[in-house]
Write a protein that binds this ligand. Structure first.
Ligand code: AMP
Length: 256
């Protein structure tokens, strides 16, 4: 399973599932420069290989392995590939982080071709990324089964993320407002109009005075396109991106 390191319980839950379900598990740790659209985010991304390897030593078995390539190993030559993920990349993270998913596609394609796994374990924390990688495996005709894994949260509801380490104590205290607002909207979905829910989520998150909402979207789970109204037959998810000081946080919940 691919990671960018600074491992936390969210990563470890995916690794545990893989270890339980497979004969051999490969974990990669690679902070992929070409998926960062913001140079300061790349520079400040938490890195702690020593601690990561100690955590993995406790989880992995004899035949498992950790792959920690260097940037020049992954990209010996300039990369020119341009993927077309179509409508999946014109919304949400794709819209606000230009080039991000192309960089994700390139690195995941390379990792999958190096490791040749039967299955890849991916977290629903990055739900749009999961959809992009599903599409990537079709484009590249990679015979790998995608195993989606649920979001692991802190006891106060904040979705675990390596970037949480970079929150100031004040922003860390405010951040659980994100999941609280999402949960409340999920419970009220059938009784309120979507525009009203989006405004309320935004207001609740921004009422902290420390968090700034970038987007709130209710989208169809398969197409990731915005839904206009409540329809029982549709699987809907609500997604948010929030700026918490210098740190950008994302989260999502299944509605209903
Ligand atoms: P990253 O290191 O952020 O690139 O994440 C590596 C993998 O771990 C991705 O598939 C993520 O979706 C997954 N992941 C990260 N945080 C969580 C979380 N809180 N719960 C579940 N999966 C997660």
């Amino acid at each position: 399973m691919p990671t960018m390191g600074a491992l936390h319980e969210g990563h470890l839950s995916l690794i545990r599932s893989s270890v339980e379900e497979n004969r051999c598990t490969a974990v990669s740790i690679f902070v992929n420069p070409i998926q960062f659209n913001n140079p300061s985010d790349l520079e400040k991304y938490p890195r702690d290989l020593e601690t990561d390897l100690n955590l993995l030593r406790d989880l992995l078995r004899e035949d498992d392995f950790v792959f920690v390539p260097s940037v020049t190993e992954m990209y010996p030559e300039p990369v020119t590939t341009r993927y077309d993920f179509d409508a999946l990349e014109t919304v949400m993270e794709g819209q606000y982080r230009p080039g991000h998913f192309n960089g994700v596609g390139i690195v995941v394609n390379r990792l999958l071709r190096i490791v040749e796994p039967d299955r890849i374990y991916l977290g629903e924390k990055d739900f749009q990324q999961l959809a992009i990688i599903r599409r990537l495996t079709q484009i590249e005709q990679l015979p790998v089964k995608i195993v989606p894994c649920p979001i692991i949260r802190e006891p106060d509801g904040l979705a675990m993320s390596s970037r949480n380490q970079r929150l100031t104590p004040e922003h860390r205290k405010a951040a659980p407002a994100i999941y609280r607002a999402l949960k409340e909207a999920s419970a009220d979905f059938s009784t309120r109009d979507i525009a009203g829910l989006i405004s309320r989520i935004t207001e609740q998150i921004e009422a902290t005075g420390l968090l700034k909402v970038e987007y709130v979207e209710f989208v169809d789970e398969a197409s990731l396109q915005p839904v206009a109204r409540h329809d029982e037959s549709q699987a809907v998810r609500c997604f948010v991106a929030v700026q918490a000081g210098e740190v950008r946080l994302i989260d999502n919940v299944r509605i209903g």
